[in-house]
Design a protein around this ligand. Structure first.
Ligand SMILES: NC(=O)C1=CN([C@@H]2O[C@H](COP(=O)(O)OP(=O)(O)OC[C@H]3O[C@@H](n4cnc5c(N)ncnc54)[C@H](O)[C@@H]3O)[C@@H](O)[C@H]2O)C=CC1
Ligand SMILES: O=C(O)C(=O)COP(=O)(O)O
Length: 528
């Protein structure tokens, strides 16, 4: 199968090369598409790669009938409607590490340019104005830099700023006092940072909570003459509030790489001589562009050719060494879900997944997604995948719980899936046998042992002499060969189960005939 991938923003050729060379992938580079063009053309693509310029809206995603992956060659994914992608089962990957250094260097360049009026002085010189008095700056040494958002870039900026002898005070919801001590910086609340800093730089993503984080009230809390840097995202700073704060003299200057609206031809902040700006250049270096393009293209290739990705955004990321350990259980998890859904003949309200033995030691979230995917697939078809399985379960009002225990009832690993409906609890358990692959070893409370593959028939019956014979001859009369058979019972003469693997799919009529036998209570055919 050949996958079509659209590259909709300019990408470094070094990154694109492996995509070009892949026999499985056909790429189209088109960086001039309007939203309307994208809506019209997206349907034929399996992959889409963008930077920050292309806005991947819900409407575009709704038209993306074949799209499986969206790659963001950079960090921020605020230009991609993640909810819409997740709902459609489209994985989103980014390249979170490749431009950290460039963004940090740009932040420092902007801070130093701001404090020394370099762009303004240069402009004046270009206009034949030699003015040494007008462009007197301030030193940064021994002043305080407030860093809001101490992730990859915020941390790099802090370490560089320490080289400029700045004192750092930082706020990040994940920053502890101990971590701050280790980094040689001061830990504060947002308010501490706003009140104490001489310069403030933001390095958070644009989220609901960070939208207009620096607003009118925030500016009021700041020191008079504070200077602001935004090399993270437009929208973290309320531009109207910043404009007013500069005009009133509260804020002495601002260095902006990113804006609430991009691209723009006109932004009133640029009318202010205290503002210096670049057109979203934080990641625009040869090195960063090469890094992010390589990272994102490799993930797109991996995903489309059936491998696991390194930088998923709408799936929890699982380190490679952990993935290596859980991957063998993927098929077992999905098959158990697939099998069990056929036994539950009412609406499922709750799913409990028990991980026992070796599984108890592992990161099992991907297995939970696979189990739920298997459960939902019967009714939702291929529309369900790892990305949207849990979302769809939640949307359908099904609660999913994971449980871990070391006790595996004699198995080295045991995965038990239980579903609760209004009036019943049904369960199935499976194990991965060394060399033999997945086996189902329990159906409800009955012990069995069969491979979850092919045409299966589950028969609940009364444990009476002759029932197996009747069932066997009925299948024989219908030219159905039994490949494997297992029987278990709760007690002599009581409820019992037959598990058959047969060589072809049985017609409904045959299943009905089996059901009509007095001793048989229930017949379910399952194709796995
Ligand atoms: N100008 C440019 O070209 C570039 C901009 N960026 C932007 O820089 C930003 C940060 O990137 P990274 O450091 O790589 O991301 P990151 O994910 O490593 O760090 C973000 C940090 O912000 C923190 N945070 C979240 N909400 C917060 C809040 N309310 N207050 C304080 N901290 C909060 C998070 O805990 C996290 O530690 C992103 O928005 C990204 O898009 C990144 C690269 C280039
Ligand atoms: O990586 C990011 O978040 C950036 O903002 C870089 O954006 P860009 O890829 O240069 O359009």
């Amino acid at each position: 199968m050949i996958f079509n991938v659209l590259i909709a923003d300019p990408l470094s050729e070094d990154g694109v090369q492996p995509l070009r060379e892949s026999e499985d992938i056909n790429i189209e580079v088109n960086t001039d598409l309007t939203d309307a063009d994208l809506i019209q053309r997206i349907g034929k693509f399996d992959g889409l790669i963008v930077r920050s310029q292309t806005k991947v809206t819900r409407e575009i995603i709704q038209h993306a009938d074949n799209l499986k992956i969206i790659g963001r060659a950079g960090v921020g994914v605020d230009n991609i409607d993640l909810d819409a992608a997740t709902e459609r089962g489209i994985i989103v990957v980014n390249a979170p590490n490749g431009n950290t250094n460039s963004a940090a260097e740009h932040t420092m360049a902007m801070l130093m340019s701001l404090t020394r009026n370099i762009p303004q002085a240069f402009n004046a010189l270009k206009n034949n104005e030699w003015n040494r008095k007008k462009y007197v700056g301030v030193e940064v040494k021994n002043k305080t830099l407030g860093v809001i958002g101490l992730g990859r870039i915020g941390t790099e900026v802090s370490s560089r700023a320490k080289g400029q002898r700045l004192n750092i005070i930082a706020y990040d919801p994940f920053l502890t006092e101990e971590k701050a001590d280790n980094l040689g910086i001061r830990f504060g609340t947002v308010e501490d940072v706003l009140r104490e800093a001489d310069f403030i730089t933001v390095h958070t993503p644009l989220l609901k909570e960070t939208k207009h984080l620096l607003n009118k009230e925030a500016f009021q809390m700041m020191k008079d003459g504070v200077q602001i840097v935004n090399c993270a995202r437009g929208g973290i700073i309320d531009e109207d509030a910043l404009y007013e704060a500069i005009q009133s003299g509260k804020v002495a200057g601002a260095a902006m790489d990113v804006f609430e609206e991009e691209p723009f031809l006109d932004n009133k902040l640029l009318e202010l001589p205290e503002v210096i700006a670049t057109p979203h250049l934080g990641a625009s270096t040869v090195e960063a562009q090469e890094n992010v393009a390589v990272d994102v293209c490799q993930d797109v290739i991996r995903f489309l050719t059936g491998d696991s990705v390194r930088n998923p955004v709408n799936l929890p990321s699982v380190p490679q060494e952990i993935m290596y350990k859980i991957e063998p259980y993927f098929m077992l998890a999905e098959k158990l879900g697939n099998f069990l859904i056929h036994l539950a003949d009412e609406v499922i309200e709750e799913v409990n997944i028990y991980y026992a033995g070796d599984l108890n030691e592992l990161e099992v979230a991907p297995l939970t997604r696979n189990t739920v995917k298997g459960l939902l697939q019967r009714h939702l078809g291929d529309h369900v995948n790892d990305v949207n399985a849990l979302f769809l379960a939640e949307q359908k009002g099904i609660s999913v719980h994971e449980n871990k225990t070391s006790r595996a009832k004699g198995f080295t690993n045991l995965l038990t899936v239980e579903v609760k409906t209004k009036s019943a609890v049904r369960s199935v358990a499976g194990t991965l046998l060394n060399g033999l692959g997945p086996r189902i070893v329990k159906v409800d409370h009955y012990s069995v042992d069969f491979t979850p593959a092919g045409h299966l028939v589950v028969i609940h019956h009364q444990d009476q002499p002759g029932v197996i014979g009747k069932m066997g001859s009925m299948l024989a009369r219908n030219q159905v060969n039994i490949a494997t058979m297992q029987v278990d019972r709760s007690d002599i003469g009581g409820d019992a189960i037959m598990m058959l693997t047969i060589d072809r799919h049985p017609e409904q009529e045959l299943l009905d005939q089996l059901h009509e036998l007095d001793e048989i209570n229930d017949v379910t055919a399952i194709d796995l």
